[in-house]
Write a protein that binds this ligand. Structure first.
Ligand code: FE
Length: 205
């Protein structure tokens, strides 16, 4: 296992968090799945929302998009987005001809500041191994059936580079505001395991 790939010991903060959770559980303060629920909210809502904001802005502001493609860490910082595991963010764009999907084949490197915590399947061995070997099949299992002619590029994130995907803007979304666009963008589309469905065109009021 390469040294600079990140298989780190638990940090001081993580050790403390675990100790605290055990203690609170023992004392009966914490019950049920409350910690899991908080993690779930972070995983599904708070994290990916940042990425969605950045992508909605890129869709509507070509200059921001250029900056995002050139240096994603710096560009998202303009939106106040930064944090751990986000030092070397790289944004890649899906097009009519090329589809990107991200993985960390060795562990679970993931662009936390834009996508939050990685979903369980991202960390699981089957996804990590199979998406490299048979991406078209794995994508189909996520409900993503791509045309035969479309090239699929699998990007392996690591401690140096953490990719995220700029999905194709849905057809029909031409009249939507940046905020409305952000609501369409899902975590899975930014990992590249799904594509965004077309939407009913909004008629200008
Ligand atoms: Fe990793």
């Amino acid at each position: 296992m390469s040294e600079n790939h990140h298989h780190r010991e638990l940090s001081d903060g993580e050790v403390r968090a675990r100790a605290l959770e055990s203690l609170l559980r023992e004392k009966g303060v914490l019950q049920g799945n409350v910690v899991d629920e908080v993690v779930d909210i972070y995983t599904n809502d708070i994290g990916p929302l940042n990425g969605a904001k950045a992508i909605a802005k890129a869709w509507t502001d070509p200059e921001f998009k250029s900056r995002l493609m050139a240096n994603a860490t710096r560009a998202v910082a303009e939106l106040g987005i930064s944090g751990m595991e986000g030092e070397n963010l790289v944004a890649v764009e899906n097009t009519d001809d090329l589809h990107h999907v991200i993985v960390c084949t060795l562990c679970s490197c993931y662009p936390w500041p834009v996508l939050g915590l990685p979903p369980r399947w991202y960390k699981d061995a089957p996804y990590r191994a199979r998406v490299v070997r048979e991406p078209r099949k794995v994508l189909a299992e996520f409900g993503t059936v791509l045309p035969d002619g479309k090239e699929i590029k699998v990007l392996d994130s690591n401690v140096e580079v953490r990719y995220f995907v700029i999905p194709q803007r849905p057809k029909g979304s031409e009249n939507l505001s940046e905020e409305e666009l952000a609501e369409l963008i899902t975590r899975d589309s930014m990992v590249g395991v799904t594509v965004l469905p077309d939407v009913e065109p909004k008629v200008a009021a």
